[in-house]
Write a protein that binds this ligand. Sequence first.
Ligand SMILES: Cc1ncc(C[n+]2csc(CCOP(=O)(O)OP(=O)(O)O)c2C)c(N)n1
Ligand code: SF4
Length: 349
Amino acid sequence: MNLIDETLKDTPKIPVQKYTPKDFQSDQDVRWCPGCGDYSILAQVQRVLPELNIPKHDIVFVSGIGCSSRFPYYMDTYGFHGIHGRAAAIASGLKVARPELSVWVATGDGDGLSIGGNHFIHLCRRNIDIKIILFNNQIYGLTKGQYSPTSEFGKVTKSSPYGSPDHPFNPLLVALGAEASFVARGLDRDPKLLQTIIRRAAEHKGTAFMEMYQNCNVFNDGAFDLFTDKETKDDNVIVLENGKPMIFGKEKDKGLKLEGFTPVAISLKDGKHTVDDLIVHNEKNTMLSFILARMTNLPNLPRPVGVLYAVERPTYEHEVTKQIESSINKQGIGTLEKLLAHGETWIIK
Ligand SMILES: Cc1ncc(C[n+]2csc(CCOP(=O)(O)OP(=O)(O)O)c2C)c(N)n1
Ligand code: SF4
């Protein structure tokens, strides 16, 4: 017994024509502020999707509420603009009911980690095959500049005029702690890196979490300049590549080594170190992924970007479908009446 509607099986899986990025642009005016980092992320998603050869009618973008959550309007695919914080819940229901769809979540740091934090961790834990793009601008954009769960300690905003007294969430650590099977970080001003991450996430079977640093040039301008500006980027960012030693710096003259569990930045020109001393990136190493994610909060270390972690494990929808199919094979298709009258029942007199 197959749970997927038999009629859907006839839906052609191969697009009739080869798509181009333009095919994924909707007829809606994009209403983000000029210069907003959201544009770049949208453009890279539209660039990568044609490569995936998934028919447009099998793709769904689900969002909550926020500037970034306007994303589904701008994609010429199916979409669902949900309610604040509930994109993960809506997308989970959709993917479990229709496992053949390619389901994506577009969410903000407020939407996904504050009001939606609980749904987010359970989506990661269950490993439902959903791609999550978290637009992290470290601020509430749509509601005009209140501090968010990723805003830094001491941040002065409209809702924290004397500085935020909150310790911020580290989205990568939250996702890893909830056991997401794919965890990556991208930068809005690095289109190539974004494309690599989006492509890898799309190919991953399981919950793929992508934190995207996104500049809100109206309410939190320059939050990530150190990591995106041409002048400072190379010395402050380390681009992770699986199987490669961790080298960074404008002149590729710096590296990362481990002293116990502590990552340390070293010079490759000091005569004391060679490439052999450096950490070799391994996307399947759980401990290493935590060490890399934790570097976000440590001073004097470059910010890791790229794919931190990618492992295969069974998806929730696969397990659920298997269980239902095996029950139906054993017991036949049930009815609501049979279910209500089954097992322990009482007659109240
Ligand atoms: C239940 C509920 N609470 C609060 C709001 C107000 N609200 C709308 S968007 C938003 C935060 C958006 O920030 P973020 O998710 O970081 O997205 P951004 O706008 O920065 O892309 C809030 C608090 C709401 N719409 N619904
Ligand atoms: S308020 Fe900020 S996040 Fe929202 S559209 Fe404008 S620049 Fe982008």
